[in-house]
Ligand binder design. Structure first.
Ligand code: LLP
Length: 416
């Protein structure tokens, strides 16, 4: 459940009319709901009640500083995958001990910063990464906690582009390779064994794959125990899906229950790295209808946002719900909803039934995750404005980019 609902045919973000916000702040406009985000965080907290745990919000889904600050105030830790993300969460004053660092290609500079920061855990994905981390720690004379990301070879049954736990993927180490590396790590004076980590994919709409992955991690946990190598946490990654269309993903409670049931009484904390489930449905992208264009083949609803602001439909053929901000009486027409960008793949949705007129506002639901975070300046378009609604209050949490900012980092050599 989110806080974007209709009242008398008008779409509201909490207590504010979306079309008023669109008029006031301009379009394209990302609108987030504080109550929805808060509710999602609470759902994960409730699901993990009674078990030691850390909810590390996956910053990549949406890294706006205000949203990070909100997540921090709700007790979240953070999962970061780059120096930029690490610096973002430090900027909002995150407790370093509640930050974990994932990613298959961390640089020496990134590892150095993480170690100096006193980060909670580094999720190592390969033997050479372990060796580099050990070298960095030795040079800095600092210890660090680490986990190995295990690739459990489990099919997450999701879109192939966002499936990460198959042995053909670049991520993680096989359980056998991890077992070997844990032994080296246990003997290392600086890199301390802290956890077992995995992340098998995103937008998972069933609890079965994570249950299967958990079992594989627990088998490794048992082998490590026998070898007298002890971990303090098991990190099951992110991946819980959301409803974009007619998907029926488990609730955070059901999802975590599938994990907790298997972990049982073992004395380990559970870490989880949700991104999408936390923010997707806490955000919409509002846009204005520029033109309605009828051709022999199709009806096009041309709007003022597209793949530069929201690339998921173009990149993954993702189905995202497009709705009218004010419902009109009368028949709907079938449209391809497309953007202004000069690419045929610049669409938000195909064959959607809408009753809209030129100048109306539409909203793409579920746009809070991997929306703004993947936006670009393609076609020299400015990055959109982002606002946060809290009841009947609203704050601009990122102003619309200025045109000058599009070229401010460039040199202008003259050849006249
Ligand atoms: N942890 C790790 C190590 C990850 O790689 C990811 C996402 C997450 C956590 C968070 O996963 P989530 O809870 O959001 O499913 N751009 C794609 C999604 C890419 C996900 C990449 N990794 C999309 O728009 O669908």
């Amino acid at each position: 459940m989110d806080h974007f609902n209709y009242k008398d045919g008008e779409l509201y973000a909490e207590n504010l009319k979306v079309s008023d916000l669109a008029r006031q702040y301009g379009t394209p406009l990302y609108i987030y709901s504080k109550a929805t985000l808060t509710r999602h965080m609470k759902a994960f907290e409730d699901a993990l009640q009674g078990k030691k745990h850390l909810i590390c919000y996956a910053v990549k889904a949406n890294s706006n500083l205000t949203l990070l600050s909100l997540m921090k105030s709700l007790g979240a830790g953070f999962d970061v995958v780059s120096e930029g993300e690490l610096r973002r969460v430090l900027k909002v004053g995150a407790d370093p001990k509640k930050i974990i660092f994932s990613g298959v290609g961390k640089t020496r500079e990134e590892l150095e910063l993480a170690v100096k920061t006193g980060i909670g855990c580094i999720n190592i994905e390969s033997e050479p990464e372990f060796e580099l981390l050990s070298e960095v720690c030795r040079e800095l004379k600092l210890e660090v906690k680490a986990a190995l990301r295990v690739n459990p070879d489990v099919d997450a049954k999701t879109h192939p582009s966002i499936s990460t736990g198959l042995k053909s993927n670049k991520f993680g180490l096989s359980p056998d390779a991890a077992f070997e590396l844990y032994q080296r790590m246990a003997a290392d004076p600086y890199v301390q064994v802290s956890g077992i980590d995995c992340h098998i994919g995103s937008q998972m709409t069933s609890g079965a794959p994570i249950a299967e992955a958990t079992e594989k991690l627990l088998t490794l946990y048992g082998r490590l125990e026998e070898a007298e190598i002890f971990v303090d946490h098991i990190d099951i990654g992110g991946g819980l899906g959301v409803t974009y269309n007619d998907e029926t993903p488990p609730s955070p409670y059901e999802y975590m229950a599938a994990v907790l049931k298997r972990v049982g009484e073992r004395d380990v904390a559970i870490y989880v790295e949700p991104g999408r489930a936390m923010v997707a449905n806490a955000g919409i992208l509002a846009a204005r209808v520029l033109y309605l264009k009828k051709t022999e083949a199709k009806n096009f609803c041309i709007v003022d946002t597209g793949m530069s602001d929201l690339i998921r439909p173009a990149l993954y053929n993702s189905w995202m719900n497009i709705i009218e901000c004010n419902k009109r009486e009368g028949d709907k027409t079938v449209y391809d909803v497309v953007g202004p960008i000069c690419e045929s793949d610049d669409f938000l949705g195909k064959e959607r039934k809408l009753n809209v007129q030129q100048g109306d506002f539409i909203a793409v639901r579920g746009a809070g995750a991997y929306g703004f975070a993947m936006a670009s300046n393609y076609n020299a378009r400015r990055l959109p404005c982002e606002i946060l609604v809290d009841g009947d209050k609203v704050e601009v949490i990122r102003r619309r980019q200025e045109f000058e900012e599009l070229w401010q980092d460039e040199a202008l050599l003259s050849f006249d």
